[in-house]
Write a protein that binds this ligand. Structure first.
Ligand code: NKO
Length: 191
């Protein structure tokens, strides 16, 4: 059962909302624009607020739904695994030749289901960094880092924490081109 839920989560995560919105609403391939990322920041950058918000909402829903369904069907062990799978699906989509998003909105949606207070702490870190640093990527990287630190104190060592750790570490890894740009003072400032 857990295996089926994991596959389902990966496929759900693979749905490339940002790419689909670009293709069907704007007749453009988001992967060829801006940072080339299919995430909501790049969609907002290129197609405006409505498209960016829709992408954020739909990408978050994928994370929320994957852990919610896994929890209802099979409990905490399943939803820890499905958290990693839905984020992996978003990052390495089977529909986009395994090159897609950075996992931020999808992990956030899953965090909201797992624990709203924990999600709000991570969101606060994201917002503070974005307001001060004026870079969404830096906000995402430090929010992911905060999830690793805060998650340890909040949930303690266990399957759920390991899943949060792996998801957040993957998010940071997926931002490596952003990290290079930040170091070279070349990262785009809002947005
Ligand atoms: O195009 O490379 P880019 O500059 O687009 O994009 C960098 C960006 C990629 O991520 C996204 C999704 C942005 C979502 C923004 C709203 C997020 C609000 C919640 C943040 C909570 C962070 C959770 C971290 C989970 C470990 O970074």
């Amino acid at each position: 059962m857990i295996f089926l839920l994991a596959i389902f989560s990966y496929l759900l995560g693979s749905i490339p909302n940002g790419y689909l919105i670009g293709k069907y609403c704007f007749k453009k391939d988001i992967r060829t624009l801006g940072s080339g990322n299919v995430g909501s920041t790049n969609v907002l950058r290129n197609f405006g607020k409505g498209a960016g918000l829709a992408t954020f909402f739909l990408d978050s829903i994928k994370g929320f739904l994957a852990v919610c369904i896994a929890d209802k069907v099979a409990g905490v062990d399943a939803f820890a695994i499905c958290l990693v799978c839905v984020v992996l699906g978003h990052m390495y989509s089977i529909f986009l030749h395994f090159k897609s998003g950075k996992g931020v909105a999808t992990a956030f949606g899953a965090f909201v289901y797992i624990d709203v207070k924990f999600a709000l702490i991570v969101l606060a870190v994201f917002l503070i960094v974005v307001i001060i640093g004026r870079m969404v990527s830096l906000g995402s990287i430090l929010a992911a880092f905060s999830a690793i630190v805060v998650g340890y104190f909040y949930f303690g060592l266990g399957k759920l924490y390991y899943a949060i750790f792996i998801s957040a570490a993957m998010i940071i890894y997926k931002h490596r081109s952003n990290i290079k740009r930040i170091k070279n003072h070349e990262e785009s400032k809002i947005f």
